[in-house]
Design a protein around this ligand. Structure first.
Ligand code: ADP
Ligand code: MG
Length: 600
């Protein structure tokens, strides 16, 4: 038998890697801008044609490259920015992976002219499909001029996937503005089809923010500048009256790198609480300076995610700084605590994780736990999880065949005998007329619970099983705000949770499907997942339902009884959308007789 495994040719590997870094013209713009910034340019000019689909050109007056570097930079993992593993933990440049130029070269036609300071001649180089086609010395000013033509010329599927010009153009403008916001010392011009669209001179930080938010005036902004022992927070927020109905003008930077973070965004929104309505989003440009070893930017090649070692304290500080800034602006706040000295105290002495709990919002109801509300159901719940299963799967089995017919092509039906067996304690397998149907038990159960929870949230709350011994839990600072945010939803899903002062809560009841165990861990996990899901555009209900479904669903590896499989499948096909789990994994798949015949 011949061997099947082969190493991919370099250009194919590059194209695959490029898919991660270069998704659209704006990704090229971002990478080239990053490089020009890293090269300490003070002037950058961009020429774009056809929303970047046919041409992206960037000219900088930065360090430039010598002949060898001009050739090397197109290789994968070629970088001047890090040399050894330790360097990854103290990155102060925008790039470091040495991937961008190689990726661009694998999916576009590239020309570059560059000259390094001190060199007499510059270099002209032409790269096509990752291969250097031409290299010759030329006269050129110090700096670099890169031309990227016909993006994705060799991957039609990707090219077709690009959005309309206005959409792609908008992404480009967004990238240029992100770079411009933290680099007021660089003059930037952006042309589209020969028209000058953006023109930022070298200016100070505030002026640059105003140039970008051109509909704002100096008086509309409130400056931030607080040095704490772990971070330096700088930047601007717009006064509450300029909050918008659309998210958008919200920018976080860490060490000059743009990032998105819903958790920290929550800190800022929260600081604005009481000054703007819930449907509005405050405008902010917040720059955090931190020791690079305290963050991990190595999460994703496109690098808009950053992981802070000390996320919770950053949250606290950010909220305090913004609130303090607002406090200076608002004389007579309704909420009362804007001028509170605690904020000043906090930013000077960031709390250690254990002592930090200065922000219980004054509006939160702190009720003492109801120690008398014990129920006998506790023991029963603990001992009998199969009963829960049965409750879970109350649906009409006759409907299943009907649903499957609409779902699976052709005239499918569960065979009359309804044989189910479990494969690897992971999949439920059942014969259907045209072959075998496979159900992913975990994905399917997530779908079932998700729909059930959505109903619970919007119409009929799930009853709570009261605990014999209420559990007191303490959350990490910052998390109490997240929990408070979803407390009503948690209630509808069967949690009875009461605030017990500071960041302590008492769990008096749990939904029936959840196994008892470590409630503290359970809640922390729910909050973590909820925070993560907030990255997307999920509504709060959907997010909570999805989070809980994930938590409560039977896992792969759980052995199921025939009856349980039966009901799971019935429940699944009673769902509105049985095909996919809430996060898009398939719940059902089919092995047709044809597939099976082919195997022989
Ligand atoms: P990275 O930025 O991660 O190092 P790139 O592929 O983006 O990787 O760039 C590779 C190398 O090429 C950089 O490390 C840098 O030395 C050089 N380079 C790229 N663009 C420029 C530029 N505009 N000016 C000077 N040097 C550049
Ligand atoms: Mg780079």
């Amino acid at each position: 038998m011949t061997d099947l495994i082969k190493l991919l040719p370099d250009h194919v590997a590059s194209q695959i890697a490029a898919g991660e870094v270069i998704q659209r013209p704006a990704s090229v713009v971002k990478e080239l801008l990053d490089n020009a910034i890293d090269a300490r340019s003070t002037e950058i000019v961009l020429f774009i044609k056809d929303a970047g689909k046919s041409l992206i050109q960037i000219i900088d007056n930065g360090s430039g490259m010598n002949g060898t570097d001009a050739r090397m930079c197109w290789e994968r993992h070629a970088t001047s920015k890090i040399a050894k593993t330790e360097d990854i933990f103290k990155i102060n440049t925008m790039g470091f992976r040495g991937e961008a130029l190689a990726s661009i070269a694998s999916v576009a036609l590239v020309d570059m002219k560059t000259r390094k300071e001190g060199e007499e001649l510059g270099t002209y180089i032409q790269v096509e499909g990752s291969a250097v086609k031409k290299q010759e010395p030329i006269a050129h000013p110090v700096g670099t001029n890169i031309l990227v033509k016909n993006l994705f010329f060799n991957i039609p599927a990707r090219r077709n996937f690009l959005k309309s010009n206005p959409v792609e153009w908008k992404h480009i403008v967004e990238e240029v503005n992100r770079a411009a916001l933290t680099n007021p010392g660089i003059a930037i011009k952006l042309f589209h089809n020969d028209d000058l669209q953006l023109d930022y001179p070298i200016e100070d930080q505030k002026q640059r923010v105003l140039s970008i938010f051109y509909d704002r005036k100096e008086i509309d902004l409130i400056g931030l500048d607080e040095q704490t022992s772990i971070i330096h927070v700088k930047g601007f927020i717009a006064k509450p009256e300029f909050a918008k109905r659309l998210r958008g003008e919200q920018y976080f930077f860490v060490n000059n790198r743009f990032f998105k973070d819903n958790y920290l965004n929550h800190a800022v929104n929260n600081a604005f609480e009481g000054t703007i309505s819930k449907e509005q989003f405050p405008l902010y440009v917040i720059q955090i300076d931190i020791d690079p070893s305290q963050i991990d930017i190595n999460i994703h090649p496109t690098k808009t995610e950053v992981k802070f070692e000390d996320e919770r304290n950053v949250y606290q500080i950010l909220r305090a700084v913004v609130r303090k800034a607002l406090g200076g602006y608002i004389q007579n706040p309704d909420g009362g605590d804007f001028d509170d000295n605690r904020f000043i105290h906090l930013q000077l002495n960031p709390p250690s994780a254990s002592e930090a709990m200065p922000f219980v919002s004054s509006g939160s109801t702190v009720s003492r736990p109801d120690w008398g509300s014990f129920k006998e159901t506790y023991q029963q719940q603990r001992n009998d999880s199969t009963q829960n299963w049965e409750k879970l799967f109350q649906t009409n089995p006759n409907k299943t065949a009907e649903r499957m017919e609409t779902l699976l092509p052709a005239n499918e039906e569960v065979s009359d005998t309804r044989v189910f067996f479990q494969l690897n304690n992971q999949f439920i397998v059942t014969p259907i007329k045209s072959g075998l149907m496979l159900v992913n038990q975990q994905a399917a159960h997530e779908r079932i619970l998700y729909e059930k929870y959505l109903i619970a949230l919007s119409q009929s709350p799930i009853a709570s099983q009261q605990l014999l011994f209420p559990k007191v839990i303490t959350l990490a600072p910052g998390d109490e705000l997240i929990l408070e945010e979803i407390l009503p939803e948690m209630g509808a899903l069967g949690f009875t949770i009461n605030a017990f002062g500071k960041n302590t809560f008492v769990i008096n009841g749990l939904p029936t499907e959840l196994h008892l165990g470590n409630e503290q861990e359970l809640l922390t996990e729910i909050l973590e997942t909820y925070k993560r899901n907030k990255q997307g555009d999920l509504s709060k209900h959907k997010n909570v339902a999805k989070t809980m479904a994930k938590k409560a669903a039977i896992q792969a590896g759980t052995k199921l009884k025939t009856e349980e499989m039966n009901r799971l499948v019935d429940e699944l096909f009673a769902c509105t959308d049985p095909q996919f789990s809430p996060d898009g994994r398939p719940c059902v798949s089919k092995l047709t007789l044809q597939d099976i015949s082919k195997m022989f």
